[in-house]
Design a protein around this ligand. Structure first.
Ligand code: NOJ
Length: 563
């Protein structure tokens, strides 16, 4: 791999002074979707050595930590979220030694490492599930999962009406060796992902042991997959209606966001805290919890629970100033009520990339809005996650041929936000080459021909490129004491415009499709589009970028100002 060609010198920005209240409160964390980040061995699938070789890019970008998606032994029925051995690395991604090297190198570069933990379900190839299937008809090994007899005269109907998030029933029927149908087992996701029974003490003990394994290897925390799903309502009652996976609309569902999950998170917090480390070295947990509202989400980040929870209400908010302001206010109020910071996110490996989500009038508009949204997010109080490739302005790939798609949701019915391969296409590092520098071979999903022009190589050092916008924003965020954790207030602004104030700092966002004139808020620090300055109001003398006169905020733009 031609590392020198595409990796910048590691930036030497001083670390933020920090609030001393915990590194996670204002950290910028970069999500590495391991399959699609960098491939060191040319098999077309990203791997841990590939990630390690590219870490200087992330240090140079200016993030504080990386989150690695699952790289454990897995049949890959759901991109690795179906784990068969939680303590071993899948040969597709490397070895345990590679994981160890990666963590060490990241730490040398000043980056923390968060790994994914998948506690709601195992793979159907996990030894526990193999043992459960073999323990016929109703043996003790089945109690670690949810096996139930079916309904109907011959047990031919699923035990209840729950639907899988990936479509179809959430139950699959087992078969005896002679082919006779047996009991059913629960899987909220694919049939290859049987749900664990978290009422079973061995399940709880096993996960404490798995967490210890990775903490002892040196990881700085865990992203907890389906953190809202491990506990099911007693008796597993019917729901009585379809469309059960549309969670964000606020329904109470008997398989998500049950109060019992908080006991698990409390016990994990005690474990994380037992590793010490103080505010700068604490081991952390971040919840992937799709829950009804900001108040329910805040329960996951109470002082004795996890440290962060992804703010999916921000992610799903449409491009609308009033709506965004409402989500920001509700999120800040809810997290403040429990003393936590908010964790902003715009994209991840499960949703359509925001450059495409915001592209109502075409890709140019989508990119302009994506750049503006990034500056807004990085100006807000709290922590932020950046999904690989968003710093390049990558759009969703919408025209993948059906035969290359691997998302299990595609094989079943409608998925969470649609099908998820289009946001997982391997990222481009160089202008040319079989996989634009992703690796020495091809790539497991085809990259669009235009992606050479969006590569790291094509954007590095180019003023105004999306990569340089992110680098500049992250460098400023480190330098300006008023950003990150801390207070924020809204300033008066015309309809369609947001203006927020932090100590010594103002951020303006124009969500309209037309320019808006404002009195210059301060000295321009950074802007997603070039600002145009007019003469000072009144005497008409001279343009100003330093706090006098008027500024024309371009359509769909965001700017940062020193005040
Ligand atoms: C959330 C993960 O982000 C997603 O990719 C996965 O399919 C489900 N959880 C099930 O593990």
């Amino acid at each position: 791999m031609t590392q020198e060609l595409t990796t910048p010198a590691v930036q030497t920005e001083p670390a933020r002074p920090g609030s001393g209240r915990g590194w996670w409160r204002d950290a910028v964390i970069y999500q590495v979707y391991v399959r699609s980040f960098a491939d060191s061995d040319g098999d077309g699938v990203g791997d841990l050595r590939g990630v390690r070789e590219r870490l200087p890019h992330l240090a140079g970008l200016g993030v504080d930590a990386v989150w690695l998606t699952p790289f454990y032994v897995s049949p890959q029925a759901d991109g690795g979220y179906d784990v068969a051995d939680y303590r071993a690395v899948d040969p597709l991604f490397g070895t345990l030694g590679d994981a160890d090297d990666l963590v060490r190198t990241a730490h040398e570069l000043g980056l923390k490492v968060i790994v994914d933990i998948v506690p709601n379900h195992t793979s159907d190839r996990h030894p526990w599930f193999r043992a459960a299937l073999a323990d016929r008809p109703r043996g003790a090994a089945r109690e670690r999962y949810h096996f139930r007899p079916g309904r109907g005269a011959d047990g031919e109907l699923p035990p209840n009406d729950w639907e899988s998030v990936f479509g179809g029933p959430a139950w699959t029927r087992t078969a005896e060796p002679d082919g006779t149908p047996g009991d059913w087992y629960l899987h909220l996701f694919a049939p290859e992902q049987p749900d664990l029974n978290w009422d079973h003490p061995e399940v709880r003990e096993e996960f404490v042991s798995i967490l210890r394994f990775w903490l002892d290897l040196g990881v700085d925390g865990f992203r907890v997959d389906v953190a809202h799903g491990m506990v099911k309502a007693p008796g597993m009652p019917d729901i009585g209606r379809g469309e059960q996976a549309r969670l964000i609309a606020g329904q109470a569902l008997p398989f998500f966001d049950q109060d019992g999950v908080h006991d698990i998170h409390r016990s994990w917090r005690r474990l994380l805290d037992s590793y010490g480390g103080g505010p700068d070295g604490a081991r952390v947990g971040v919840a992937e919890a799709w829950v009804a509202d900001a108040e329910r989400l805040a329960l996951y980040v109470r002082p004795d629970e996890l440290h962060q929870a992804f703010n999916f209400h921000f992610l799903t908010c449409p491009w609308d100033a009033a709506g965004m302001r409402r989500v920001i206010d509700e999120s800040l109020a809810a997290t403040a009520s429990v003393g936590a910071a908010t964790t902003w996110v715009l994209s991840n490996h499960d949703v359509v990339r925001h450059a495409t989500r915001y592209a109502a009038a075409g890709p140019e508009q989508g990119l302009a809005r994506a750049r503006a949204a990034a500056l807004l997010m990085l100006a807000l109080p709290g922590s932020a996650y950046v999904y690989q490739g968003e710093e390049l302005g990558l759009p969703e790939v919408l025209d993948l041929p059906d035969e290359v798609r691997q998302d299990p949701a595609f094989q079943r019915a409608a998925g969470q936000e649609g099908y998820r391969d289009g946001c997982r296409v391997p990222i481009p590092w160089s202008r040319t080459g079989a996989s634009y520098g992703f690796g020495p071979g091809g790539s497991w999903l085809p990259q669009p021909e235009t992606w050479g022009g969006l590569s790291v190589e094509a954007q590095a050092g180019v003023p105004g490129s999306t990569l340089e916008l992110y680098r500049a924003a992250l460098a400023l965020r480190r330098r300006l004491p008023g950003l990150g954790d801390g207070p924020m207030a809204w300033l008066p602004a015309p309809e369609g415009v947001l203006a927020l104030s932090r100590p010594g700092f103002v951020c303006t966002l124009n969500t309209l499709g037309t320019p808006v004139d404002l009195p210059v808020p301060g000295r321009e620090l950074l802007a997603s589009e070039p600002m145009a300055y007019g003469p000072p109001r009144g005497d008409g003398a001279g343009a100003a970028a330093d706090g006098a006169g008027t500024v024309r905020l371009p359509a769909d733009s965001c700017a940062w100002w020193a005040v």
